[in-house]
Design a binder for this molecule. Sequence first.
Ligand code: C5P
Length: 301
Amino acid sequence: MSLPNTISVAAPAKVNLFLRVLGRRDDGYHDLESLIVPISLADRLEIHAHADPTAFRTLSFSLAVLGHPDLVRRVPADESNLVLRAALVMAERAEVRGFAEFRLEKRIPAAAGLGGGSSDAAAALHGLNDLWGQPLDPEQLGSVAAEVGSDVPALLLRAPAMIEGRGERVRPGPDLGVSLAVITFGFGVATAEAYRWWDEDAEATGPDPSPALEAMASGSPSLDGRLMFNDLEGPVTRRHPEIGRAKEALAEAGAIAVMCGSGPSVAGFLPDGLERLPSDVEAGLEAISGRPVVYARSWEE
Ligand code: C5P
């Protein structure tokens, strides 16, 4: 039995199959092209909320963050948490009065390039829109998402998404079935830093993905090495060489490895028929990263 006005929403992590940085803009953001794929590693957000302008004169929020101490340590439980940012921006946009209580169970490491905070925010937007009586249409929800963070609009889709601009232009991407080993690390990388390093190193822009995407659209969607790169990987790996060592170990086991988002996590896409890495490779990776290897698949509702 669940409480009235309460729902539980899964918030999947994401990997970027490719991430192409086109250049720095005048506002400090970078124009991108990326294919974002949600995966089965997920946080869970429980929301108890109600809105009624006749019954409430104020707006109130609370947030509890639960999970392994290693994960929770880097997750703020105050207004800087993207769940509360999302709730606030949405309530202002929809002129809501009422309350929302959040209980966030973390499984996705923070500052890892896996979109955990952004996905939590996207889950909050979906859940609140339901519990608050659908005050926003999908377009308004997308614009609130973009205000909360660059990755949030794509994660609202809960399916593979092609993004452009700084992340606010989203269209459905190819429906890829991937199986992967995700390597996480004990340290985080701030997104702003990764982009700053790209500027500092005068890093190049990766290849135009259009030909490979068109080939994929005309056949059955399958992994294509031409579509698997990350322009932030060079600059971030130069400062954190463990990422390069993890990639090499994954490649030796036949996986195509790409850093996730602004890093440091690395996704090793497993070849068909390989469910797990050989145990010696797994042990080697755990020695490099100091964390257990996480196995995941494409997200399915
Ligand atoms: O949008 P979000 O708050 O997630 O971005 C965090 C930081 O990452 C930005 O302040 C910016 O420095 C950098 N960023 C960027 N270009 C993007 C997305 C993020 O430069 N497309």
